[in-house]
Design a protein around this ligand. Structure first.
Ligand code: SF4
Length: 427
């Protein structure tokens, strides 16, 4: 066994070998989530309170918005502020007031913490409360941390949604049961799921986050929620604190995962098997058919996951079960055993799962395993390509609409494309 690995026990299923690794990590920070969250909540603005590095990260990850008014920005903490010579709170109030005066379209403002704001212990939750008191009802101000200290990039979405939950309207115990889908999905994917739930006979369906600040769903003890993403542990905890109940399921990736995810909702809402089948049979068959061609490209190929997106376990399940790929190692930054229980049970039982990271040891294992495809963050992809490895950027798995039946083939194509490109280069 490698020096940096420690075997831990996994409650479910017991056969899986899950080891923990602590060492240098190669991950992006939670600010990255702004890239897709600002598109999803259409009247929200994300004000990062950070350094020039934070501003560069957001700008290069999100690109420059030329035709639209931007809905994210960075309030730069400069050296004077770091030395404690300026009153950061007064400055922040000035920046926010100016922004809100200039932009009447903003209804929800997130103050997003960063490494620098955390290092100088700037209390953004108090700043958000203070500003909300002045700006409500026109604008609600919330805060969350996107810092890269001990986090990975998808945790930014988790922190953002967890900040929204306590602000959502309350649904009383006398309200009829409703289904809540949690996790930012592309609008087209959301619409597809809405149609499927309606065909199954589930009438009251909400999505978190909603597309507009005023439409955030009511939450209460009769809320049953499905996670659309496996990295929403804090959000799930906040929902459960309000009495909402989590529906354990596979994640909606691939035909099998989507069916399992929808079935969990159907069972919770007492939908008959016949009605469920009638709703899903055609799109499921279409998804299975669309995967046939991808299976020809991917079956028998080996894949190695570095820890990055927290989507690694559901992706590995999809690739091994529906496309016949061989999983060499699943690296995952954090493993939420309860939310991933169904996924873990569906993985090949001899697969190595590594929680955390010691990047040098993991690189050694990757080189030794010589996978056909390596899934990793941007920082590792170029050096690995230079060594002759074929790579896939894990961040694309979050940026691209991949959930649901209609996207199953697109998801498989994300993995097939680099292999095809490599083949063409070698011809
Ligand atoms: S939040 Fe931290 S890790 Fe992220 S860009 Fe800013 S300084 Fe870098």
């Amino acid at each position: 066994m490698n020096a940096g690995l420690a075997v831990s026990s996994c409650a479910s299923p017991p056969e899986l070998k899950i080891v923990q690794e602590r060492g240098q990590r190669e991950v992006f920070c939670g600010l990255t989530g702004i890239v897709w969250l600002h598109r999803k909540i259409q009247d929200a603005f994300f004000l990062v309170v950070g350094s020039r590095t934070c501003a560069h990260l957001i700008q290069s990850a999100a690109g420059v918005m030329i035709f639209a008014e931007p809905r994210f920005a960075t309030a730069i903490i400069d050296e004077r502020d770091l030395a404690g010579l300026a009153d950061m709170n007064e400055e922040l109030d000035r920046v926010v007031t100016r922004l809100i005066e200039r932009r009447p379209d903003i209804k929800l403002l997130f103050l997003v913490g960063s490494c620098p704001s955390e290092v100088i212990k700037l209390d953004l939750s108090r700043a958000a409360q203070r500003l909300s008191q002045v700006m409500l009802p026109r604008v609600r101000v919330l805060s969350y941390s996107g810092s890269g200290i001990e986090t990975t990039f998808t945790q930014g979405e988790d922190a953002c949604l967890a900040a929204l939950v306590p602000q959502s309207p309350r649904a009383g115990a006398d309200q009829p049961a409703s289904l809540l889908v949690v996790g930012a999905l592309a609008d087209a994917v959301e619409d597809q799921f809405r149609r499927l739930f309606a065909q199954m006979g589930i009438e009251r369906v909400d999505f978190l986050p909603a597309r507009h600040a005023a439409d955030m769903p009511a939450i209460g003890p009769n809320t049953r929620f499905l996670l659309a993403q496996p990295f929403l542990a804090d959000t799930a905890r906040a929902l459960e604190a309000l009495g909402a109940q989590h529906l354990p399921a596979l994640f909606p990736l691939g035909a099998e995962g989507t069916t399992g995810w929808l079935k969990a909702a159907a069972d919770a809402f007492g939908i008959t098997s016949e009605r469920f089948e009638a709703a899903v049979a055609i799109p499921r068959a279409r998804a299975e058919k669309s995967l046939e061609r991808r299976r020809e490209q991917l079956s028998g190929k080996s894949i190695f996951f570095f820890p990055d997106s927290q989507l690694e376990a559901p992706m590995a399940r999809f690739l091994s079960r529906e496309l016949g790929m061989t999983i060499l190692e699943i690296g995952v930054p954090y493993l939420h055993r309860r939310h991933l229980a169904d996924e873990l049970a569906a993985l090949p039982q001899d697969v190595l799962i590594v929680e955390g990271q010691d990047v040098d040891l993991q690189l050694d294992r990757c080189r030794k395993a010589a996978p056909d495809l390596t899934v990793c963050g941007l920082g590792l992809a170029n050096p690995l390509e230079a060594e002759g490895f074929t790579t896939k950027w894990s961040i694309e798995l979050v940026f691209t609409p991949v959930q649901g039946y209609e996207q199953a083939s697109d998801l498989a194509e994300l993995f097939a494309r680099p292999l095809v490109r490599r083949q063409l280069l070698e011809v």
